[in-house]
Design a protein around this ligand. Sequence first.
Ligand code: SF4
Length: 432
Amino acid sequence: MKAQDVCIEDGEPPDGRPASMCLETVHVDAQTGHTGKTGRMRVPRLTTVSGFLTNSATLRFRRTFYKDVSAIDWNDWRWQLRHRITTLEELERMFRLSDDERAALSEQGSALPFAVTPYYASLLDPDDPSDPLRRSVIPTMAERIKTRGEDEDPLGEEKHLKVPGLVHRYPDRVLFLLTDTCSTYCRYCTRSRRVGNPQDRSLSTERWTKALEYIESNPSVRDVLLSGGDPLTLPDDTLEWLLTRLRRIPHVEVVRIGTKTPAVLPQRITPALCKMLGKFHPLWISIHCTHPAEHTEEMKRACERLANAGIPLQSQTVLLSGINDTVDTMGRLVHGLVKMRVRPYYIFQCDPIIGSGHFRTPVEKGLEIIKGLRGYTSGFAVPTYVIDCPGGGGKVPLMPDYVMGRDGDDMVLKNYEGNLYRYFDGDADPIH
Ligand code: SF4
């Protein structure tokens, strides 16, 4: 494993502690985590606790394209949101775009808008349109092509809406769509029909109140998944208000938040946010992760803060052709997650939203990945591969064939190396 350069920048964090600017380059051994200083620049004081960790690629990007932006601003999630890159002109300044990307960005017609945080843009390859992270957020003309089986609402969520923004599909849990906003839009988003909608329905108190009333009046609901859009684009006090209301409902046992924020806007995971979230246990967070290239020092710190607040973390990943559809890439992804205390949870077959044909892999590819992980890495690092059934049938787990069949009282099993074994599965009659 290669060592990587990380910069620790000390300044006033967005939550308002005192500023004292200093900047130091620190060499971090990726295997041991040991640090050694390689280049001292201006160091009145070095504080890794309150300081900002910036990976070297991001720092280079910031110094090139955001010369006048301070570390304080760059590391302020509200600054990142205000300065999202949303136009062809801005992108052209930073990236060598392909004709296809340029055409997709200049023509209207995609349901899903384009936006990427400056931080996430810093992780994209400026020259290579086939770069995995770049493909996942920069539009191409392929998303204008509708292929067989595609639908704008493939999971039938709209027909399971009980009140606006609340999907009740499974008996004991609901999906609460808090907002239509994300900091960065994934080109394969299942909810591309609604996210980024200019008439953002998120902050309608009336909408939220109706959803809360529905949950209150349905005692079977013990698990509430907050999603969107990305709930962590909302301010702390708004989230706190909602979580307080949810926690007052006696039958709500668990609250979950689905978010991509630690990967695309890790600056959002402030100590203040974690402290607030920590008041609402049991609270779980599912992190949408795409590729190991997202595993920067910033994301690691974000996950560390959440985990230290006692929040169990799990991941979900959409299987994407040419982006993460190899055993090697998924292996690196799950190993990186485990190191960040994130339990790999789901690999989703890419939902058939309109214009997603170029992202979808054959199901065989997903099975091949699970086969390449199971037995070759820790069991808890192997996610479950699922297809979310079109029309609202729910998730169906898919596994390679490990059960070969029965032979009398024996079950014949195939292990990860392809060897056959017999397991006696008959009655427990005494043999003496
Ligand atoms: S973060 Fe989630 S909701 Fe937002 S665009 Fe990506 S997949 Fe869609």
